[in-house]
Design a protein around this ligand. Structure first.
Ligand SMILES: [Zn+2]
Length: 216
């Protein structure tokens, strides 16, 4: 037997409400989405954090964004080693099959994954150093970002810089995928780095020249 249980009532009720209203009122739109397939213009790579709500801040509809979420919005370097690479698979599908025009990496404030990386690299989270820690090994992607943090600043400031570094690291790693480097060079694909402050509702964009983040 597979150990599954019925959905809790609050989810069943919400689903039924959505089906009776939003879905029912827009049935032809959903039919068209099903028949025409998806043609998203952009892929967004964001954190799993439940407070990061990509479709809400961009007012997006179904079919508009190809979204991949993982801990701390990280993209690993290109490693064609035959292992399981969920993020790389999503990136490959978006660029090679869906042919999205924009790849957006969206970081955020108060990121628990980045905090974990900060603690681990500061020697304050030995459990994350264990080989068996999936979070720890995933956050290894951001170690070079921690090592590259400028001197000085208090801990909250340095953690924020590390959140920004997570976005920059992901953009750099995206460029190690041959089909992305080629897409950028031939101007078929543009990369974007963003960071949002959850409490303030602000959105900052990574500037290529200064390698700093500025308000959108
Ligand atoms: Zn996060």
């Amino acid at each position: 037997m597979i150990p599954v249980r019925p959905l809790p009532a609050y989810l069943t009720q919400r689903y039924q409400g959505w089906h009776a209203t939003t879905f029912h009122e827009n049935k032809p739109w959903y039919r068209r989405l099903a028949e025409d397939g998806q043609h998203p213009r952009a892929m967004v790579i964001s954190c799993c954090d439940s407070r990061v709500h990509v479709t809400s801040i961009f007012g997006a509809d179904q079919g508009e964004f190809f979204i991949h979420r993982n801990i701390a919005n990280l993209v690993p370097p290109y490693e064609p080693d035959g292992d399981h690479h969920g993020t790389s698979a999503a990136v490959e599908y978006a660029v090679q099959v869906l042919k999205v025009a924009h790849l957006i990496v969206l970081g955020h404030s108060n990121c628990g994954g980045v905090q974990g990386c900060y603690d681990m690299c500061s020697g304050n989270a030995p459990e994350l150093e264990e080989k068996s820690s999936f979070v720890g090994r995933w956050m290894d992607i951001l170690r070079p970002g921690f090592d590259g943090l400028p001197e000085g600043g208090d801990a909250p400031e340095r953690r924020r810089k590390l959140e920004h570094a997570a976005v920059i690291t992901s953009i750099r790693n995206l460029m190690t995928f041959p089909f992305i480097g080629e897409g950028v060079e031939k101007e078929r694909l543009s990369l974007h780095g963003l960071w949002t402050d959850i409490g303030e509702g602000t959105l900052l964009a990574l500037d290529a020249e200064s390698q700093d983040f500025h308000p959108v």
